[in-house]
Ligand binder design. Structure first.
Ligand SMILES: *Cc1c(COP(=O)(O)O)cnc(C)c1O
Length: 462
């Protein structure tokens, strides 16, 4: 057959839509989506005839369409099993939300609420009022505000407080965070001018002092996230920066990044974790502190802002605040999470519970998972020590040791097994070393155990 004949063998859309195996999908996916998928499949065949000397075969075409229909019928945003041992995994949705918070979110999502209604006064209310007091109580701040995320919080604060002025930042703190958050870019968007001081590894108080001029409005400190320079480094203490700012009538702002609400030691982080709480930032004299809700705080995605009332009031009134406002479901989840903090129920917050997990408990869990897998899965299985991580750019100094189960197959390499596990209905993401995959137990939920056992048996026993 020449190419022309091969192209003529491709059926027309109307013919395909009449085929028996298409009928049930027309109903479950809808005619529009079925047509889109068929169009894509047919044009792929056309391309392969023209470029790769392919041809139309009815069976391959049917299988390929049925695969595409089946995958189109599943939600694209799906739960996965996190067996990586990275607690705040930015690519896997960061923090899990506490079950109390999930209930609150579902209640508010499915019902009308007093989101912007003051029930006492019978009049319009403030959307942020539900979390403001709690945040102030927990952080010791005079006032607080929440927006969509921390990038938005930084953007809002810079725009409202330092537009058309200079903001002094240490060069060592100008790092890219989470792949796409860059202070110089946010600064430019906000209309503030970045004034870098010091060198990558050392910045002294006098560097800031010398940089101050009549256009300066703000000194800014940024949590360097998971970026660390070892050895010969230094930067001034928060208290010194705050004093310098005060002497010159400047605002001292800190982007605290991960958002530790309580003292790190209370939740099992050692004093050298590299994390400091919002309360400590406020007590050291910060006028404004911003942080994320879904990193170490362990709540939904928000950008928290805590600080002096006179500045926070300006943020609330600034037009950009409207564009960055939080959704009601998120606010409900955030309020519920803060209540858990206020009650000291840290172990009800999944992120904190997973970071605090006891090593012996993880060892026992790994041993029992290994035993289950040995009974069901044809592979070499052993318990191993793992190096886990808090993730999300938090606690870079901490080595978080944990336990896991290594699974080694006779013929499949680790990369291939990982690929198979990613393709499952509930995909499993795990670690790998040499020729074995590693299931880290720290980040597993109870319901994941059966999924892992069944999935590994399905994938490896074939
Ligand atoms: C993560 C992080 C951000 C960005 O926060 P989002 O909540 O993801 O917008 C900004 N600054 C620092 C220091 C961070 O660690």
């Amino acid at each position: 057959m020449d190419k022309g004949q091969k192209l003529r063998a491709i059926p027309a859309m109307d013919i395909v839509l009449g085929l028996e195996w298409v009928q049930s999908w027309l109903e479950s996916l809808g005619r529009m989506r079925v047509k889109r998928i068929i169009t894509r499949e047919l044009s792929e065949i056309r391309r392969s005839i023209l470029e790769d000397d392919g041809e139309f075969t009815p069976d391959d075409f049917r299988d390929s369409c049925l695969n595409a229909f089946a995958s189109a019928s599943r939600p694209l945003l799906r739960r996965v099993v996190n067996a990586t041992g990275v607690v705040i995994h930015t690519n896997l949705g960061r923090s899990l939300i506490a079950s109390e918070a999930v209930s609150a979110m579902s209640e508010i999502a499915g019902h009308y609420s007093n989101l912007e209604y003051d029930l006492k006064a019978g009049a319009r209310g403030q959307r942020n009022s539900h979390v403001e007091d709690l945040l102030c109580a927990l952080t010791g701040a005079e006032s607080s505000f929440v927006v969509n995320n921390n990038a938005g919080a930084v953007m809002l604060a810079l725009s409202a407080l330092a537009k058309d002025s200079e903001v002094i930042v240490s060069r060592g703190e100008l790092v890219e965070i989470g792949g796409s958050f860059r202070i110089p870019d946010i600064m430019e968007l906000s209309g503030a001018t970045l004034h870098e001081v010091g060198t990558t590894n050392r910045t002294h108080l006098y560097d800031y002092e010398r940089a101050i001029n009549e256009s300066t409005k703000m000194l800014m400190k940024i949590h360097p996230s998971n970026f660390r320079i070892e050895g010969f480094t230094s930067s001034p203490e928060r208290k010194e920066l705050s004093r310098l700012a005060k002497e010159h009538g400047l605002i001292f702002m800190e982007d605290a990044g991960s958002g530790l609400i309580v003292d790190g030691e209370i939740i099992g982080l050692s004093s050298n974790s590299g994390e400091i709480s919002i309360r400590e930032c406020i007590e050291s004299g910060a006028d404004i502190v911003t942080f994320s809700g879904d990193k170490i705080l362990g709540g939904p995605q928000i950008g928290g802002i805590a600080g002096k009332k006179k500045y926070i009031d300006r943020l609330k009134k600034y037009p950009l605040a409207r564009a960055l406002r939080c959704d009601k479901v998120t606010l409900a989840g955030f309020e519920a999470t803060l209540r858990l903090y206020a009650q000291g129920k840290y172990d009800d917050i999944p992120t904190l519970r997973m970071i605090r997990r006891d090593v012996d408990g993880m060892k026992t869990q790994a041993e029992s998972l290994a035993e289950m897998l040995r009974q069901k899965v044809k592979a070499e299985i052993r318990v191993v020590e793992t190096e886990d991580a808090t993730g999300g750019g938090s606690c870079p100094e901490i080595k978080l040791w944990g336990y896991g189960v290594a699974v080694k197959h006779e013929t499949y390499g680790a990369g291939y097994i990982q690929k198979l596990l990613r393709g499952l209905d509930v995909p499993i993401l795990c670690g790998a070393r040499e020729n074995e995959i590693v299931i880290h137990v720290r980040t597993l939920q109870d319901c994941d155990i059966d999924i892992i056992t069944a999935s590994l048996a399905g994938v490896l026993n074939a």
